[in-house]
Design a protein around this ligand. Structure first.
Ligand code: NAD
Length: 254
């Protein structure tokens, strides 16, 4: 077990990629905090099925106080904190549309969750990691390289997540905290299905477009992110920081 007795907070882990990573961490022996704005009891049950432990903490990552309480709850329950996966994002609720139709409020909300959220969570976990080290994994996206149409706020927010990863890797390296980004390509999650159903832009679906470009001719699944998320949280990646690992079946090369 590569994460035995480690304690991990995974934000946005009630469903989709976050829930898949939580289950994967459970199988590797980690105790997991399912931190989400919506109920995460199903994800807790899935981790418990692996034989490990999990708790659900309700949090809105746009609140610094909420994120502080989340980190405190993790330490109170499990006695330590080793891993943070900044996975929560405004994604499933986005309606793809031309940029002129996006309001400032919509822009700011996406930035607040996707970019300010990881900033808050990083501040909240730092006091618990600064003496003994830790791992921070920021879930980015291949969109930052590709710039697909319809959601420039989301694309820009993920660009910021990568830049944030770089600067935090520099600042936290002295504390033996590795900060990396896992960037999925188009993945069949609850969120992506919702985005696809709600879009008002015309043309081929995201799944059709990505399959044309992808080297591996199969659909992206949340479970394909698990191995990389374990690698970035484990001793196997001890000397890797400030990097982005693209998990997109070879849809894009950078
Ligand atoms: N699915 C894809 O195609 C895809 C591709 C690239 C990157 N990603 C990224 O992967 C991550 C997970 O994506 P997903 O497809 O599983 O998304 P999803 O929409 O299915 O899940 C996102 C989770 O984040 C939670 N969340 C949203 N706002 C929150 C807030 N303010 N506070 C706390 N939790 C909040 C939601 O409740 C939900 O459980 C996101 O960072 C997303 O940007 C997804």
């Amino acid at each position: 077990m590569r994460l035995k007795d480690k304690v991990a907070i995974i934000t946005g882990a009630a469903q989709g990629i976050g829930a898949a990573i939580a289950e994967g961490y459970g199988r590797e022996g980690a105790k997991v905090v399912i931190a989400d704005i919506v109920d995460g009891q199903d994800a807790v049950a899935a981790v418990e099925k692996t034989g490990s432990e999990a708790i659900y903490v309700k949090v809105d990552v746009t609140s610094q106080e909420g994120c502080d309480a989340m980190a405190e709850a993790a330490v109170k329950q499990f006695g330590r904190l080793d891993i943070l996966v900044n996975n929560a994002a405004m994604y499933g609720n986005i309606v793809k549309k031309p940029f002129m139709e996006i309001t400032t409020e919509e822009w700011n909300k996406v930035m607040e969750v996707n970019t300010t959220g990881p900033f808050h969570c990083t501040k909240s976990v730092f006091p618990h990691m600064k003496e003994k080290g830790g791992r921070i994994i920021n879930v980015g996206s291949s969109v930052l390289f590709e710039g697909p149409l319809g959601f420039p706020h989301y694309v820009a927010s993920k660009g910021a997540v990568f830049s944030f990863t770089r600067t935090m890797a520099r600042e936290l390296g002295a504390h033996n905290i590795n900060v990396n980004s896992l960037a999925p390509g188009y993945t069949q999650s609850e969120g992506s299905k919702k985005v696809e159903n709600a879009r008002t832009t015309k043309g081929p679906s995201s799944e059709e477009l990505v399959l044309q470009k992808r080297c591996l001719k199969k659909s992206g699944l949340p479970e394909y992110m698990i191995g990389t998320a374990i690698f970035l949280a484990s001793d196997d990646s001890e000397f890797i920081t400030g990097q982005l690992v693209l998990c997109d079946g070879g849809a894009s090369f950078h």
